[in-house]
Design a protein around this ligand. Structure first.
Ligand code: GLP
Length: 264
């Protein structure tokens, strides 16, 4: 695992955007196969998306040959609801880039058969040959996508029940009323994410410090599902200082040394 730490979330967001752009360009230079990208929602990736949009507009990168799959979606929230992840992704990314509409995949939380929707999503991912890169955020309890504590680290796309804590945290987008936050969601599983060739996780702000400590320095545990990244060959966590504040000084020194040596 690598941990990239920047003073401010802004710098960390730019690092992530440029990293993703490099990966997309690098694949495009060696093959005509599409780049398969996993995407997340939440306030954390917004600046990364803004930089990717800028790069598309300035001709530095194209999403024409990118196929994306989003991590999760609330159950029962209309697609047109401003807080649906469908609305979020179009507002903050898809409406501003050149990714063809047919390449965009978002779970349908209003599907008549939710189990079938989840199974079809896994099949569609598999049919692409698998993710090149999965970009994720984390919840305050260390959940990746909506894989709450006690989710199997081998889980696949399925219907999940949100914890009360997550509904309280997410109620900031629902008039601060947790009862308006759907109780369930569709979510890719932990293994759906960790099957990706590469995983990049963003975490900003002091509220993520405990989760980052648990993920990086704690045991691999279903109590903090992002800790599954410890078993991944190419996992990178990108933090600001505040989110990294729970890490030991010696861990931080090592991660900084790795970066310095690799950039020499
Ligand atoms: C929700 C999403 C997660 C996201 C998390 C963090 O729980 N399902 O995928 O990582 O929120 O959101 P934020 O970035 O706003 O802190």
């Amino acid at each position: 695992m690598k941990v990239i730490i920047r003073k401010e979330a802004h710098e960390a967001s730019l690092w992530a955007a440029h990293y993703i752009a490099d990966r997309i360009r690098e694949k495009a230079a060696r093959t005509s196969k599409p780049f398969i990208l996993g995407l997340c929602t939440g306030s954390t990736p917004i600046e990364t998306y803004a930089e990717l949009i800028r790069m598309v507009k300035d001709g530095e990168i194209s999403f024409k040959n990118v196929i994306s799959f989003n991590m999760d979606e609330y159950v029962g929230l209309p697609k047109s609801h401003p807080e649906s992840y469908w609305s979020f992704m179009h507002k903050y990314l898809f409406d501003h880039i050149d990714e063809p509409a047919e390449n965009i995949h978002i779970l349908n939380g209003n599907a008549p058969d939710l189990e079938a929707e989840c199974a079809a999503y896994e099949k569609a991912i598999e049919a692409t040959g698998g993710f090149d890169l999965f970009l994720g955020g984390i919840g305050e309890d260390g959940h990746i996508a909506f894989n709450e504590p006690f989710s199997s680290l081998k889980s696949r796309t399925r219907v999940v029940t949100l914890t009360e804590d997550t509904r309280i945290v997410n109620s900031r987008f629902f008039d601060n009323d947790m009862n308006q936050v759907p109780a369930q969601a569709l979510s890719v599983g932990v293994a759906t994410v960790t099957d990706s060739k590469e995983v990049v996780i963003l975490a900003f702000g002091p509220k993520k410090a405990k989760a980052i400590h648990d993920a990086v320095e704690g045991p691999v545990s279903h109590m903090c599902t992002v800790s599954a990244l410890q078993l991944h060959e190419f996992g990178t966590i990108v933090c600001d200082e505040a989110a990294a504040s729970g890490l030991l000084p010696e861990s931080r020194a090592y991660f900084a040394a790795v970066e310095a040596v690799e950039n020499r």
